[in-house]
Design a protein around this ligand. Sequence first.
Ligand SMILES: Nc1nc2c(ncn2[C@@H]2O[C@H](COP(=O)(O)OP(=O)(O)O)[C@@H](O)[C@H]2O)c(=O)[nH]1
Ligand SMILES: [Mg+2]
Length: 387
Amino acid sequence: MVIERALQTRAAPEAATLIGRGKVDELAAAVKSGEAGMVIFDQDLSPTQQRNLEKALATKVIDRTQLILDIFASRARTREGRLQVELAQLNYMLPRLAGHGVEMTRQGGGIGTRGPGETQLETDRRRIAKRIKAVELELEGVRTGRALHRRRRTAVPLATLAMAGYTNAGKSTLFNRLTQAGVLADAKMFATLDPTVRPLILPSRRRVLVSDTVGFIRNLPTTLVKAFRATLEEVNEAALVLHLVDASSPVAAEHTAHVLQVLAEIGAAQIPQILVLNKIDRVDSSEADAGTLQRRLMGEAGGHAGMRAVAISAISGAGMEGLLAAIDEVLPMDPLVRTTLDLSAGDGATLAMLHEFGRVLSTRYEENRVVVEAEVPESLERRLRAR
Ligand SMILES: Nc1nc2c(ncn2[C@@H]2O[C@H](COP(=O)(O)OP(=O)(O)O)[C@@H](O)[C@H]2O)c(=O)[nH]1
Ligand SMILES: [Mg+2]
């Protein structure tokens, strides 16, 4: 819960505390009266500034880089992602060792508590430096084994839709809207999975997983670029990327180009992608159609490049059927085929299966037979034909 927000505009930062003396006192009072457990600065703090502020505010102080690192740490799913994040955390921690008497790591790393004195400090420095070496070595190993790893992962039976886009584009809102029904249906089966992956049943009755990936961040500190990309790596295992953009944002075109560029750089360019133009409730209705928006964001080239675009409002739900239909059309895994089956009228099991996993278009009864026309996943059709 956020107790208080404060903003200060200054000609120059205060060397010792970033913000001015008066602001520090003001914050200290707010921390005390609100019993704040933490103060987060949307700025980078030098190790000294952070220390001074923790003393003056009598609470934990976190800067922008550390907050982003914490988010990455909670979102990194692949081994490489976790290692890259740990490496960035260690490098962040190293110059901040001096002066802290309390626990150093908030996210693993296992450095533990320290006593006062130079000796302890030196020991800690050596320990972190050693861990950095070890992580770097492990990372090399992971990169070598990556091709192998990816082949294994593709054996996972369910296709994944990865949602990519800037923070604030509406990924989590869309994620919740898309997967609400799915969660109830399959809650038990997925109870142990992390909360950013959930099942979704498409109109075609195909089951997929939706994954809410780590968001792109404006002005990402350069020291975190590698950790960010490694955390985003999981997109490479997706069958389809939902590239979400806040179409009402004045920097939407810039964001779209940047996401496309980074996806290409991590090797995800060949994965089918749908450009999801979100927040059309905030766009002038004369421009709120997918074609117009896509041209505005990507130039004439966008549509020609064959990228599907769908305009939605994740908040109001507008455009959701169009989005689901587009996903069904573009999803390469186990495509839908139209089939006609001549079944014995007593074959209730097959009929039930067709209704559950496919879309039954027509049913015609003839004496003791039933002829069903349906749209089903290719895998199901193969299974039925093989009998
Ligand atoms: N007006 C409007 N706001 C939206 C829409 N979708 C999301 N938002 C808001 O945008 C903000 C960021 O949404 P969120 O889903 O957290 O974005 P994320 O950072 O990409 O996960 C929240 O305040 C949402 O309520 C939309 O379609 N229209
Ligand atoms: Mg989110």
